[in-house]
Write a protein that binds this ligand. Structure first.
Ligand code: ZN
Length: 149
């Protein structure tokens, strides 16, 4: 495993819409996933999206502390398929926008479908802080940063 450099605002790559990962390619990104997990942990992040390490891939990881699981979650081609009408505001920070804290309004509850690191499709409901982190990471996949909110 190795640490990856995190690119920061205003790097133009952060504005690119990331490409979906083909199902049969998912396995080949496993080393990148390991490196992203290591990188996220080293920076005390709660999530990391592939565009932040200059990869145009719809791939994000969510820290196990946020999902209250024994493993970090790997979301491949994640998509919000349903959301609450209610939104809430909270200050967020971002490893790609250092030194800035920004109040961001997010849906309180979302339903997400994605594939895991083995390519298996799954879908789940997330609320509150987990829902917030996932929306933040999906924004990265669409080239959106907290400074745009
Ligand atoms: Zn971020």
């Amino acid at each position: 495993m190795s640490l990856l450099p995190i690119i920061t605002f205003p790097h133009p790559f952060l504005r690119k819409k990331a490409e979906p990962i083909a199902e049969e390619q998912i396995g080949s990104w496993r080393p990148l996933v390991s490196d992203m997990i290591e990188t996220m942990r080293r920076h005390d992040g709660v999530g990391l999206a592939a565009p932040q390490v200059e990869q145009s891939l719809r791939l994000a990881i969510i820290s196990k502390e946020v999902v209250s699981d024994s493993k970090d979650w790997v979301l491949i081609n994640p998509k919000i398929i349903k959301h609450s009408w209610r939104r809430a505001s909270l200050e967020e920070s971002c490893l790609s926008v250092p030194g800035i804290r920004k109040e961001v309004k997010r849906y309180v509850k979302i339903r997400v479908k994605a594939r895991d690191k083995d390519g298996l499709a799954f879908n789940f409901e997330a609320k509150d802080f987990l829902a917030r982190v996932i929306q933040h990471e999906i924004d990265h996949l669409d080239g959106i940063l907290i400074v745009d909110k």
